[in-house]
Design a binder for this molecule. Structure first.
Ligand code: HEC
Length: 141
């Protein structure tokens, strides 16, 4: 039962909607409802492995790599170029790169137009943001 709930919450974190609870015959409908709403109160904090091992980019001490930060916080916009965001793996980053890493890091921290301050990663250190910017610059083609 507890394992089922964990699996259900892990699946829902992954955005999958699987009718797990309905296949467990013993559930009352109250239990089903409880299971459906449970994942909302079951957020896994980075580095916390007590919630089923579905921790993305567990930062067990030490800075995360630019790639990890990019995937977790920047790709949402930069992978496809949302709202004019310089797109990963394209010449967009050759153009931006001309500004130099220092200038780019400064705007990444302060935000600019549709680019939110720190790219929405309030918990990222300046070094982690710089690594993420570098990761995107390195993708330029
Ligand atoms: C909500 C969407 C969004 C997210 C999330 C986001 N960005 Fe951006 N980013 C943008 C947009 C839009 C621009 C283009 C802004 C402009 O020049 O008008 C941009 C531009 C940039 C630039 C270029 C700044 C300059 O001086 O030209 C850098 C560097 C950057 N983002 C880094 C990051 C990093 C690092 C992350 C993740 C930690 C991140 N962004 C996450 C939308 C986003």
């Amino acid at each position: 039962m507890k394992l089922t709930a964990k699996i259900a919450s892990v699946l829902s974190i992954l955005g999958l909607s699987v009718a797990l609870s309905t296949s467990v015959g013993a559930n009352t409908s109250d239990e089903k409802i409880a299971e459906r709403i449970k994942p909302l109160g079951n957020v896994c904090v980075e580095g916390d492995d007590s919630c089923g091992g579905a921790v993305v980019a567990a930062a067990a001490g030490g800075a995360r790599s630019g790639e990890d930060v990019y995937k977790a916080s920047c790709a949402a916009c930069h992978a496809i170029g949302v709202a004019g965001a310089p797109k990963y793996g394209t010449s967009d980053w050759t153009d931006r790169g001309a500004k130099g890493i220092d200038a780019l890091l400064k705007t990444a921290i302060s935000g600019i137009n549709a680019m939110p301050p720190r790219g929405t990663c309030a918990a990222c250190s300046d070094d982690e943001l710089q690594a993420a910017v570098q990761h995107m610059m390195d993708s330029a083609q």
